[in-house]
Design a protein around this ligand. Structure first.
Ligand SMILES: NC(=O)c1ccc[n+]([C@@H]2O[C@H](COP(=O)([O-])OP(=O)(O)OC[C@H]3O[C@@H](n4cnc5c(N)ncnc54)[C@H](OP(=O)(O)O)[C@@H]3O)[C@@H](O)[C@H]2O)c1
Length: 330
């Protein structure tokens, strides 16, 4: 039987998620890759245990994580049975709906019909009675925001989720959703956008909205799927995502221009005595408004490695300016 480490809360740091009672670890673990049916159960188990043993209390899922769609939740349900049921109250679990999940007009986007049916399916697959956060995964241009947010409110009131969030919403869409949820009496806990040194779109308005509205922010793909480890600078390693499972990280994703930026960033990291991945994680977390960085991992050692970010010396103003110059921001 799994016995979590006694020291699991000794080193992790936690940040408050917006204006809420929830604290999230600086690093959270996403189950988008490496939890489908192409990854051995034991590897998945080692990833989850390693994370939790070091204070990573938050695991992030979605209805469509796999492959195939739904498999990450089904596999997580098995992990729930073998390892996690006795520790459920120490875990913060999320899932989402918003992308195509089943055939026909009711298995996609943002209707009340889709969101409620999808969460019911997710709970069955995950072998849990409720999730801690349920997200609308992407904005739906054709469904009134009142309907989508009304579904999230109904979900919280029915006890199937404790909190709700939104993902991939732009600044004004986010503001409208947050205000509608507040009007309904179910505050929006968190937004989940993509953010890394290679994709800074949230700086153009979204972070201001979240600060003003006092909503938390967990950023996904802080390592740009692995590009910001520098592992693709000399070709495509055999044991990498681009080789093993390139559904969302195609060969060619790293352009020459990007490779030059990554080399420049790696030099800055090395001058600080760091690895590039630690600089990349520290950089997304440099603002207290970012509650958590949502990482993926294919091996437990990567989680241990990424935890080094907790010991990193602060970034100086000069270093931040250098980074901006490399990234073409200044
Ligand atoms: N809301 C949304 O729309 C959305 C979209 C995408 C993702 N997400 C969430 O974000 C999570 C993270 O996404 P992601 O996995 O793409 O994030 P990521 O952290 O940018 O990339 C993770 C990948 O980088 C490599 N890696 C990580 N640490 C490493 C290390 N120390 N050394 C070497 N390689 C390392 C591993 O790939 P390999 O070892 O396989 O090369 C790992 O699977 C997802 O699981 C999901 O929960 C949400």
């Amino acid at each position: 039987m799994y016995q979590p480490s006694e020291t699991r809360y000794d080193t992790m740091k936690y940040r408050r998620c917006g204006r809420s009672g929830v604290l999230l670890p600086l690093l959270s673990l996403g189950l988008w890759h490496n939890f489908g049916d192409i990854t051995p159960f034991q590897t998945q188990q080692a990833l989850l245990r390693t994370a939790f043993d070091h204070g990573i209390t938050h695991f992030d899922l979605a209805n469509n994580y796999g492959p195939p769609d739904g498999a990450a939740e089904t596999n997580f349900g098995r992990h729930m049975d073998t390892d996690w049921r006795p520790h459920r109250d120490e875990l913060f679990l999320s899932t989402k709906a918003g992308y195509g999940m089943w055939k026909g007009p009711y298995g996609d986007w943002g209707s009340r019909k889709y969101l409620i049916a999808s969460l019911d399916q997710s709970l069955k697959r995950m072998h849990v009675d409720y999730v801690d956060v349920f997200y609308h995964h992407r904005p739906d241009p054709n469904t009134p925001i009142e309907e989508t947010m009304g579904a999230l409110d109904q979900i919280v009131r029915s006890g199937k989720a404790l909190y709700v969030g939104i993902s991939n919403y732009g600044p004004e869409q986010a503001r409208a959703a947050i205000r509608e949820l507040r009007r309904l009496g179910t505050p929006c806990l968190i937004h989940q956008p993509r953010y890394s040194m290679l994709d800074r779109w949230i700086e153009d308005g979204l972070t201001d909205v979240l600060r003003e509205e006092q909503v938390g922010c967990i950023v996904f793909q802080p390592l740009a799927g692995g590009l910001l480890t520098g592992k693709y600078l000399d070709g495509i390693p055999e044991d990498s995502r681009m080789k093993r499972d390139s559904r969302f990280l195609k060969p060619g994703a790293q352009t020459d221009e990007m490779a030059e930026k990554i080399r420049g960033l790696k030099e800055i990291a090395e001058a600080r005595g760091q690895k590039l991945q630690h600089l990349a994680l520290q950089w997304v977390l440099r603002d207290e408004g970012i509650t958590s960085a949502l990482i993926g991992a294919s091996r437990p050692e990567q989680i241990l490695d990424n935890l080094e970010v907790l010991n990193a010396p602060e970034l100086t103003g000069e270093e931040l300016e250098k980074i901006d110059r490399i990234l073409g921001k200044k």
